[in-house]
Design a protein around this ligand. Structure first.
Ligand code: F6R
Length: 615
C-alpha cells in the first residue's frame, strides 16, 4: 500500500521518479506527489489527487528540475484522498518534505504535543505529524537530518517506509523502514529508493533490502552508505543482485497486466517447478523441506495462514496435506489468527503464504507463532521480502513480478508449491505409495501444457462473459479441492468487476443461498469429473429446476453436464488434487472479460492496492 520512489545522482530526477511511480501505481492510486530540490537548493513539492497521470499533467508547467527527489503514490489510510492529504508532506517551515508508506499509530498524542508547541497542521494525515515531529526534534537538538529522523523514529509507534528531503541540503537523502518494505538501489554515483525493485531495475541490479528499524543516509557522490538501526548500531550495507528483468514488469503487448499474467501461467508454473519437479527421475526436490524434514515429521499439526487469494491457496493446501500426508492442518486468515490468542505449540509448523511477502497481518501471524516456538515456513513470491526474512525456511514461488492488483499467477504457483511440498512430505513420511507419488509428479509436470490448452480457448470464455455483464450477483460453487477455487472465482469477479459474488461449497447451497436463485442468477459450478461428480450433477439439476443460469467448468468430453448447463467450459482431464490449477484459469478469464466489458480498470480496481502493508 502506497509506493515510494527516490533518486539522488547526476541525472534529472523527475523522469526517473515519474516512471517509478507508474511502476508502483499498483500499490495505491488515490493521489500522487513528488518533491524535488533544484540547483539553488530550493525544495518544491507538487502533488495532486488521482493517478500518476494526473500528477504528470499537473507538473507540466512547474519547475521540475533537480537531481534529487522523492515521490509517492498513495492508498489512503488517514484522511480522504485529496490534494492536501497527498504526499509528500512539508514540515511547518517547509524545510522538510517526507513521503510515507505505513501507519503512525501514536500520531494523535504526537500531534497534540506538537500543537502545544506551536505547530499547525494542514492535513489529517499521520504523515504530516511525522514530518513535523522530525522538524521539532531537529530544531530542539540542532542535530543532523539523519540524527533527527533517528531520534524521531525512536519515539514513533507504527509501521513506516519513509524518504525525507531537506531544503538547502541537496546532497543527502534519508530513508527508513519498519514494517513496510524499502529497497535502496546502488548505481554508479547514484542511488535509488523503491518500495520494490520495479522502479530501480532499469538502472541497476545492485540493491540493499533495508532491514526492520533501519535508517539509511545516502549522499551524492559518496560510496559510503550509512545504515544504523533504531538501537543506534551501525550496520554494514549488504548489497545483493536482483534477478528481475525489465520485460517482466512491462505489459508485453497485452492490454492489461492481469491478462498478461493470466497468460503467463504456463511459464510461471514452469519457473516455479524448474529444478524442483524432476520429470526423468520422477522426483520432487525442495531443499527447504528436505533440510527441515524432522520439523515436519515431528509436527503435531500444520497451521497455514494467509490473506485473500493466498488464503484460498492455503485451503487447497489443507486438502492436499491432510489427504496425502495425514498431518492435521488448520487454515486461518492471518487477521483472525493474530488477534484471537490462538493456541500454538512448539511442535507446530506454521506455513505462511503471501505473494508480496509484505502483508501486515500475515507478518504479525508469523511473529506470533514464532514467539510461541513454532517452526515457520514461508511460501512467497517477492524475493527478499519480509516473509522471506522472518521465516525459518521456505520456498519461493518464482512466479515473477505480479503487477495486476488481482492475483492470478501468484495463486497457481502457490498451489503448485503446496502440491510439491505435499508430494515430498508424503514420500518422506511414507504416507504416499511410490507409484502414486511418481504418477503425481509426472501429472504435475504436465499441468502447464494443459493450461496452454485452456488459454487457447479464451475466445469462447470472452463470448460467454458478454452474456453476463447485466448481472448484479453471481454465485460460485465447488466441492472438495474445487471449493476454494469457487471462493477464488468469486473474489476475482467482485474485486475487478464490482459485481457481488459469493463462493460456497456446492452442497451448502441448499442451506440458504439457493433462496437467491432465479432466472437472473448466474451460477458458476466447478464440476470436473471426480469421485463426487454425481453429487455435483444433482446440485446443478437443483439449480436448473429454479431457473438459475449455469456456467459449468467440466472435464473435456463431459456431455452429461453439457446437456443440463447453459454454458460449459472444458478443462483437460487431470488428477483431482491437481485440478484447481486448471479450473481456476477459466474463472480468472471470465472475471477479466466481464470486468473489461463493463469498462472497469482491472489492473487498478477501486479502493484496492496490491500489497496490504497496513492492518
Ligand atoms: C486478490 C488479492 C488479494 C491478496 C491478499 C494477500 O486478488 O490479490 O486478496 O491475495 O491481499 O496478499 P499477499 O499474497 O501479497 O499476502
Amino acid at each position: 500500500m502506497c509506493g515510494i520512489v527516490g533518486y539522488i545522482g547526476n541525472r534529472e530526477a523527475y523522469p526517473i521518479l515519474i516512471k517509478g511511480l507508474h511502476r508502483l501505481e499498483y500499490r495505491g492510486y488515490d493521489s500522487a506527489g513528488i518533491a524535488l530540490i533544484d540547483s539553488e537548493s530550493n525544495l518544491h513539492v507538487y502533488k495532486t489527487k488521482g493517478k500518476v497521470a494526473n500528477l504528470e499533467q499537473y507538473c507540466k508547467d512547474k519547475n521540475i528540475s533537480g537531481t534529487i527527489g522523492i515521490a509517492h503514490t498513495r492508498w489512503a489510510t488517514h484522511g480522504e484522498p485529496n490534494d492536501v492529504n497527498a504526499h509528500p508532506h512539508y514540515s511547518q517551515s517547509e524545510n522538510l518534505a517526507l513521503i510515507h508508506n505505513g501507519i503512525i499509530e501514536n500520531y494523535l498524542p504526537l500531534r497534540q504535543m506538537l500543537e502545544k508547541n506551536g505547530f499547525t497542521f494542514v492535513s489529517q494525515t499521520d504523515t504530516e505529524v511525522l514530518v513535523q515531529f522530525i522538524e521539532y526534534v531537529r530544531s530542539k537538538s540542532q542535530c543532523s537530518l539523519y540524527e533527527a529522523v533517528h531520534q524521531a523514529l525512536s519515539q514513533v509507534v507504527g509501521a513506516y517506509a519513509i524518504g525525507v528531503l531537506e531544503k538547502g541540503n541537496a546532497d543527502v537523502l534519508v530513508a527508513a523502514r519498519k514494517g513496510s518494505p524499502l529497497i535502496v538501489g546502488v548505481g554508479e554515483q547514484e542511488y535509488f529508493l523503491g518500495s520494490d525493485a520495479s522502479p530501480i531495475v532499469e538502472y541497476t541490479k545492485n540493491v540493499i533490502y533495508l532491514g526492520e528499524e533501519e535508517i539509511v543516509e545516502i549522499k551524492r557522490g559518496s560510496s559510503d552508505i550509512l545504515i544504523k538501526n533504531l538501537s543506534n548500531v551501525k550496520l554494514k550495507p549488504q548489497i545483493q543482485k536482483i534477478q528481475m528483468d525489465l520485460s517482466e514488469i512491462e505489459k508485453g503487448g497485452f492490454e492489461h497486466f492481469m491478462l498478461k499474467e493470466i497468460f503467463e501461467q504456463p511459464k510461471s508454473l514452469e519457473m516455479c517447478m524448474n529444478g524442483r519437479v524432476q520429470t526423468e527421475m520422477q522426483e520432487i526436490i525442495l531443499s527447504g523441506i528436505r533440510d527441515n524434514i524432522a520439523k515436519f515429521r515431528n509436527a503435531r499439526r500444520i497451521l497455514i495462514t494467509a490473506c485473500g487469494t493466498s488464503w484460498h491457496a492455503a485451503l487447497i493446501g489443507k486438502y492436499l496435506i491432510e489427504y496425502y500426508c495425514k498431518i492435521p492442518v488448520e487454515v486461518e486468515v492471518a487477521s483472525e489468527f493474530r488477534y484471537r490468542n490462538p493456541v500454538v505449540f512448539e511442535d507446530d509448523v506454521l506455513i505462511a503464504i503471501s505473494q508480496s511477502g509484505e502483508t501486515a497481518d500475515t507478518l504479525a501471524a508469523i511473529e506470533l507463532a514464532k514467539a510461541n516456538g513454532a517452526f515457520i515456513y514461508g511460501i512467497c513470491n517477492a524475493v527478499g521480502s519480509s516473509v522471506a526474512r522472518l521465516t525459518h525456511s521456505g520456498t519461493y514461488t518464482h512466479a515473477g513480478p505480479e503487477i495486476g492488483v488481482a492475483s492470478t499467477k501468484a495463486f497457481t504457483t502457490q498451489v503448485a508449491v503446496l502440491t510439491m511440498i505435499t508430494l515430498l512430505l508424503g514420500k518422506e513420511l511414507g504416507t504416499i505409495d511410490d507409484s502414486t507419488y511418481k504418477h503425481l509428479v509426472t501429472s504435475l509436470s504436465e499441468v502447464s501444457k494443459k493450461i496452454e490448452k485452456i488459454l487457447s480457448k479464451a475466445d469462447k470464455i470472452e463470448q460467454i462473459s458478454k452474456v453476463f455483464t447485466y448481472a448484479r450477483n453471481f454465485m460460485y460453487l465447488g466441492r472438495g479441492y474445487n471449493y476454494p477455487v469457487a471462493l477464488e472465482g468469486a473474489l476475482k469477479l467482485k474485486e475487478i468487476s464490482y459485481i457481488h459474488a459469493e463462493g460456497y461449497p456446492a452442497a451448502e447451497m441448499k442451506h440458504g443461498p439457493i433462496a437467491l436463485v432465479d432466472e437472473e442468477m448466474p451460477i458458476v459450478v466447478v464440476a470436473p469429473k471426480f469421485k463426487i461428480y454425481d453429487k455435483i450433477v444433482s446440485n446443478i439439476e437443483e439449480l436448473k429446476a429454479r431457473k438459475g443460469k449455469i456456467i459449468a467448468i467440466v472435464t473435456e468430453g463431459d456431455t452429461n453436464i453439457a446437456n443440463i448447463a447453459d454454458y460449459v467450459i472444458e478443462i483437460p482431464s487431470t488428477e483431482e488434487c491437481l485440478s484447481p490449477l486448471l479450473t481456476v484459469i477459466p474463472l480468472q478469464l471470465l472475471s477479466y472479460y466481464i470486468a473489461t466489458a463493463k469498462g472497469r480498470n482491472v489492473d487498478q480496481p477501486r479502493n484496492l492496492a496490491k500489497s496490504v502493508t497496513v492492518e
